[in-house]
Design a protein. Structure first.
Lengths: 496, 118
């Protein structure tokens, strides 16, 4: 009996990638969607199997074509990448399952096969990044996912998506090119592209300038891709004007993947080799993280468009993830990896609830949504649950990551106290902006004649699955926490 | 002449900055894309340069050639992929510009912002 599980890392990428041209051929109505759902669920199942394997203590390493590692191309899955894979494939499956009707409304029928093919390519690119163990492969996967997601965002009927996506394209390409310059400089000095090999070989040339320059280029390039404040300007408009299902998918995982890569590069490749790297890393990123948390939350507080409001809140949440990492401690990194998972849950559920609202409301401005809870009680119920998770109310997933983050920050003396204050203030602001929506929906007087009541059952069911997941992982957080602490320990194995 | 001996790298840096400047400073979307193309081409040059060995040939084993000097083929292979990525990005960018022109009737960034604000 051959052990098929060794091929899982390769299948994780190959399944969505090969399904993409297949979906393109399925012209009859709804078939392309079905194929995309099937491929996405299959990819999710593979991610679950990989996660179970990792929890069993297995480390997946796969050599493409059986060429040995530093020369051949290697794929690998560890605790960190398993968690990110779960997030990506889960978000894609939920968004597709929920999005059938809203995508039917947004995309003309003859363009649907093309759209779903682009979706699968985006999925393939996104899962490729955590799976790949080779710096150049990662670049290629990053560009596959970016190019496909530009197409997804521009696919909707809103023309304002076009300038937004153009900006995203320019900034995304600059970020990716910076990354390419960085790995070029490293290759110049070490002659290797394999991440594990790079980790060892940089050691001999670590005192030379090009490595330092490469670290700068890679960190800035990936920060641009991850929408780290103040490099986030492409994000709000791109998320706001994208079709609703696409927003669910991308808001849950697109920036997380770049953050994953940023942490991986900085902690595994540069940390052991550059003197004082951890200090520079935290001096550079901690202020940015705090500014992101405070300023983006404030902007969200005064934003009137519901999707834009939560897009700005995403920028703030990326700040939390970075803040944990910038503490450079096992506790801090655990918090930040757990938050990658929990924020995807909360934001995914929120944007799903927004997609439900969009099935009945043509404009998602707050004043339009007055009295929405009377028309759509189930939708708003899920929204409230997910909103509380975003704020970090005890019993929800968001609380777990904030708890870990504050505990980690308090280990850092007086700086930690300031950080905790920033976290508390921003949580209060988050409560305020979530409350604005709740107030409008529950206590506002409905305007105009109501057309239709609750959202369709299919999309509502998926929304509730996502919302209940927030509750489940708030009460039983062992899965993300186990994976995150394993990931944090392996990322920090070089820190004294 | 240590400084000029590394002239490939100077060309790389100058091209990179010319492209970057165009991306940031120009308001015409097509000019921005041209800048982006120049920006990416500069990186191709960095990769091609690093693989070249003085007097090196293509890495093919030939009868009768003793101790040949080879250029490193890997950067060229890598950059072939990066060129494909660059072309796709430019093509997609131009496609979006065409759609913007259809919808807004302009490809000047300031005009588009003006129209959206209305």
């Amino acid at each position: 009996m051959i052990d098929w599980s060794v091929h899982l890392p390769a299948l994780q990428v190959i399944v969505p990638m090969l399904s993409a041209p297949f979906a393109l051929l399925l012209r009859p109505r709804g078939l392309a969607w079905a194929a995309a759902v099937a491929a996405s669920l299959f990819a999710f199942a593979i991610a679950v199997m990989l996660t179970l394997g990792v929890l069993d203590g297995r480390n997946f390493e796969y050599q493409m074509g059986n060429w040995p590692a530093p020369y051949g191309i290697e794929l690998g899955v560890d605790a960190f990448s398993a968690l990110v894979l779960l997030v990506i494939t889960g978000a894609s499956s939920l968004a597709l399952l929920a999005g059938r009707r809203s995508l039917d409304a947004d995309i003309e029928e003859d363009r649907q096969p093309l759209f779903y093919a682009a979706w699968l390519l985006a999925l393939a690119g996104l899962v490729g990044i955590p799976v790949a163990a080779d710096a150049f492969n990662i670049f290629v996967f990053m560009e596959i996912s970016s190019l496909a997601s530009y197409v997804l965002i521009a696919g909707g009927p809103d023309r304002r998506a076009l300038p937004a996506v153009f900006k995203y394209l320019i900034m995304g390409t600059i970020g990716a090119t910076f990354y390419l310059i960085g790995i070029g400089l490293i290759y110049l000095m070490t002659g290797t592209l394999n991440l594990a090999d790079m980790e060892l070989r940089i050691h001999e040339v670590a005192d030379q300038k090009p490595i330092l320059v490469a670290a700068g280029f890679i960190t800035i390039g990936l920060a641009l891709k991850a929408a780290v404040f103040p490099l986030h300007v492409w994000l709000p408009n791109a998320y706001t004007y994208a079709p609703n299902a696409v927003t669910v998918f991308l808001a849950a995982c697109a920036t997380k993947v770049s953050l994953y890569l940023l942490l991986r590069f900085d902690f595994l490749v540069f940390q052991p080799n550059l003197i004082g790297h951890d200090v520079q890393f935290s001096y550079f990123l901690m202020p940015l993280a705090v500014l992101a948390i405070l300023i983006a939350s404030l902007v969200a507080l005064f934003e009137k468009n519901l999707k834009r409001l939560f897009a700005y809140s995403s920028v703030a949440q990326i700040g939390y993830i970075l803040l944990g990492a910038s503490l450079v401690s096992v506790a801090g990194l655990t918090a930040s990896v757990v938050h990658i998972f929990n924020h995807a849950l909360a934001k995914g559920a929120l944007f799903l609830a927004i997609a439900c609202l969009a099935t009945r409301y043509s404009s998602l401005r707050l004043e339009n949504l007055a009295g929405a809870a009377r028309r759509m009680p189930w939708t708003m119920g899920a929204f409230v649950l997910a909103g509380f998770s975003l704020v970090g109310v005890p019993g929800t997933a968001g609380f777990i990551s904030k708890w870990y983050l504050m505990t980690a920050a308090l280990d850092h003396g007086s700086v930690g106290v300031v950080l905790v204050m920033a976290i508390v203030i921003s949580s209060l602001i988050a409560l305020a902006y979530v409350w604005r929506v709740i107030e409008a929906a529950y206590f506002g007087e409905p305007k105009g004649a109501a057309s239709g009541g609750e959202a369709p059952v299919g999309i509502l069911a998926v929304t509730w699955i996502a919302a209940l997941a927030n509750l489940y992982y708030g009460l039983a957080p062992s899965l993300p926490v186990t994976l995150a602490s394993t990931a944090a320990e392996s990322l920090l194995r070089h820190v004294p | 002449m240590e400084l000029l001996g590394l002239y490939h790298y100077w060309v790389f840096a100058v091209l990179l900055m010319i492209g970057f400047y165009a991306v940031i400073a120009k308001s015409n979307l097509i000019k921005k894309l041209i800048g982006l193309s120049i920006f990416q081409s500069a990186v191709f040059l960095l990769y091609i340069t690093m693989g070249k060995v003085d007097g090196g040939t293509a890495p093919i084993i030939q009868a009768g050639v003793e101790n040949p000097v080879f250029s490193n083929p890997l950067p060229q292979v890598l950059i072939l992929t990066a060129i494909v990525v660059g072309i796709s990005t430019t093509a997609l960018g131009l496609g979006i510009v065409v759609r913007i022109k259809e919808e807004y009737g302009s490809i000047e960034e300031s005009d588009i912002q003006e129209i959206d604000r209305r």
